[in-house]
Design a protein around this ligand. Structure first.
Ligand SMILES: Cc1ncc(COP(=O)(O)O)c(C=O)c1O
Length: 403
């Protein structure tokens, strides 16, 4: 189609569309939905390529909306470190774990980790990294002497990889202690801080080298987005080594997801505090209920790792598990009676989420291991939400009366 007056024709207008000229001053970082960034001159382009990352060339290499989120998470995880922290964002929590192992471990290296890690992480280690010659060793990190001995006897251990609190039993690992021992042996400590978020625990200040997040959970906090982050104090490790692997494997965060995560981050502190307060009250209520066999919440003085939790957690988090003396079919009948709490295999959102580990996350775990780790049919995991605590307590009170 021809333009009637002289000027650009139809497809030229379309192809060059969407660009406003003039100064615009957005109050919030906009979504930079652009694959590439343009340059007036070739020299400016080559200078930008040379000073990567930090300059903007191509969104897989770096995008301002994504970097704004990375900077916020780095600042939060860096609190108490006495030095600056740096972060890169990934397309999921799994991508964050993947890129860290890929960037740091080589065939022949060992990763020392827990048997009760998030199942996806264990599967990644076993199915993806073991075939490349990266092997696993396990510890529950409860005994300093044992950790010391394992590290001494196995000089090929390159990384200690841990989670605290663990899923679903909320076991806690002393990050400071493990980091101190690992440091003596020149071994890097990586902590998945997804369950706590930096509002509750900041592993870098406790001596860890790297922090992993699934931002899908509390950091975004609303359940509309999938993302991950890797944070550390060593600028070269984060913004050169890990960034290089990330830009080459391409598991980057989209700027649209980054915008959602940024919105979530604005209320992270008040959400974490309120959800932790609710979880604490529920844990106390469950502990005193005659129909509940056991409660697993690190804020309870009866929890086996209360002292570790108290030392490294500013409040005790929104994750809570408890055990009823019920079979799977009885649990199946109980859950639909709850006015609050949806069955969903995630956590960290505003609404209470219920997970039944034995029939969901740990379904494939052999029976003897389920028994060993306490994953019984009566065990329920809650990601406690922001619903008013009076409503939450009333929900459980009326449901428990029916059993
Ligand atoms: C502790 C923990 N780490 C990592 C992940 C993986 O995160 P994503 O689902 O964002 O890849 C999960 C997912 O449930 C998790 O619970």
């Amino acid at each position: 189609m021809m333009n009637s007056k002289k000027g650009k024709q139809f497809s030229t207008i379309c192809a060059q569309s969407g660009k406003l000229s003039g100064a615009i001053h957005p109050h919030q970082t906009p979504v930079y939905a652009t694959a590439a960034f343009e340059f007036d001159q070739l020299t400016a382009g080559s200078e930008a390529f040379l000073s990567q990352p930090g300059t903007h060339v191509y969104s897989r290499y770096g995008n301002p909306t994504v970097e704004a989120v990375a900077q916020t998470i780095a600042q939060l995880e860096g609190i108490g470190c006495g030095e600056e922290a740096y972060a890169v964002m990934t397309g999921s929590g799994m991508a964050a774990i993947h890129v860290v192992v890929q960037a740091i471990c080589r065939p022949g290296d060992l990763i020392l980790t827990q048997a009760d890690l998030y199942g996806g992480t264990t599967e990644l280690f076993v199915k993806v990294f073991q075939p490349f010659g990266i092997q696993l060793m396990f510890s529950d990190f409860a005994d300093a002497g044992e950790i010391e001995e394992i590290l001494q006897k196995n000089p090929t251990i390159k990384m200690v990889y841990l989670e605290t609190p663990t899923n679903p039993m909320l076991n806690c690992v002393d990050i400071g202690l493990v980091s101190e021992i690992a440091k003596k042996h020149g071994v890097m400590v990586v902590v998945d801080n997804t369950f706590n978020s930096p509002y509750i625990t900041r592993p870098l200040a406790l001596g860890a080298d790297l922090v992993i997040h699934s931002t899908t959970k509390f950091i975004h906090g609303h359940g509309y987005s999938t993302g991950g982050a890797v944070v550390g104090k060593k600028k070269d490790l984060i913004l050169n080594v890990i960034w290089t692997f990330l830009k080459l494997n391409g598991s980057i965060l989209s700027p649209f997801e980054a915008m959602l995560i940024q919105i979530g981050l604005k209320t992270l502190g008040i959400r974490m505090q309120a959800q932790s307060n609710n979880a604490m009250q529920l844990a106390e209520y469950f502990s005193s209920h005659p129909k509940i066999k056991a409660v697993y919440y690190p804020g309870l003085k009866t929890h086996k790792h209360y002292q570790i939790a108290e030392k490294q957690m500013d409040c005790f988090g929104a994750m809570l598990s408890f055990e009823l003396d019920l079979s799977l079919s009885e649990i199946e009948k109980l859950i639909p009676k709850l006015a609050i709490g949806r069955i969903a295999p995630s956590l960290g959102e505003t609404e209470t989420m219920i997970m039944h580990p034995a029939s969901m996350s740990h379904l494939r775990m052999p029976l003897d291991l389920k028994q060993k780790y306490g994953i019984n049919e009566g065990l329920i995991r809650l990601s406690v939400g922001l619903e008013d605590i009076e409503d939450q307590l009333a929900t459980w009170e009326s449901a428990l009366q029916t059993i």
